[in-house]
Design a protein around this ligand. Structure first.
Ligand SMILES: N[C@@H](CCC(=O)N[C@@H](CS)C(=O)NCC(=O)O)C(=O)O
Length: 206
């Protein structure tokens, strides 16, 4: 299995998941954005996005889908919640919320503050506020629990906490609300997260 990724990207989700499960996998680290700095990567993933997971005939472009793939294909693992568990609906909701509600506005902020600064400052500011206001559910849900579902660490924590990791990279300080900060700080102390985060891109000549 090979996961193509860039530093600090959503590739952290499947790599962190693979580390928690102690799976055998390889990582190919790329410069960001690979579609510009490594155009040959488009032969592997025509979208040019990262992460990209290859596992035999399996090819995937969605980081949340990759985490689901890993826990279902290589489980059983407590990182997954089963349909008969009380919090199954929360698990599905958080996994979808992670990208459909949280990282979607962050992508606009990233694009117009880092990749194309000055082109759409109002959009960047608007989506920054949108993102912060969409954190309400996360902050209130974490008021009385250590993890998002079923009193244990799952891929819902991995997928949602990436949005907080990215908020830090984007310097969206308003995201660091008390419950979110307590939860995310503990998650990012996990050895498997640290191992995932340790993958770095090394430039080679030629
Ligand atoms: N929904 C995809 C999004 C993938 C995506 O857009 N990744 C960003 C980085 S986190 C990317 O590849 N950006 C490169 C570009 O825009 O060229 C996922 O969750 O994996």
């Amino acid at each position: 299995m090979n996961i193509h990724s860039c530093e600090n990207s959503r590739g952290l989700r499947p790599i962190w998941c693979a580390e928690e499960m102690e799976l055998e996998y390889e990582v190919t680290m790329l410069p960001f954005p690979p579609r510009v700095l490594k155009p040959e990567y488009l032969n592997i993933n025509p979208l040019g996005t990262i992460p990209f997971l290859e596992d035999g005939h399996v090819k995937m472009t969605e980081s949340v889908g990759m985490c689901l793939y890993l826990v279902e294909k290589y489980g059983p693992t407590d990182l997954a919640i089963r349909p008969y568990e009380t919090d199954y609906h929360l698990y599905l909701n958080w996994l979808t919320h992670a990208d459909a509600t949280l990282t979607f506005p962050q992508t606009v902020v990233l694009r117009y503050t880092i990749q194309e600064p000055g082109v759409a400052d109002a959009a960047a500011e608007g989506y920054r506020r949108w993102f912060v206001s969409r954190l309400k559910m996360l902050e209130s849900s974490l008021g009385d629990r250590e993890f998002l579902c079923s009193d244990r660490f799952t891929i819902a924590d991995i997928c949602v906490s990436y949005a907080i990791f990215l908020a830090k990279q984007l310097k969206i300080e308003q995201a660091m609300k008390p419950n979110i900060t307590r939860w995310a700080t503990a998650l990012f102390e996990r050895p498997a997260f640290k191992r995932a985060h340790a993958h770095k891109y090394i430039e080679t000549s030629g």
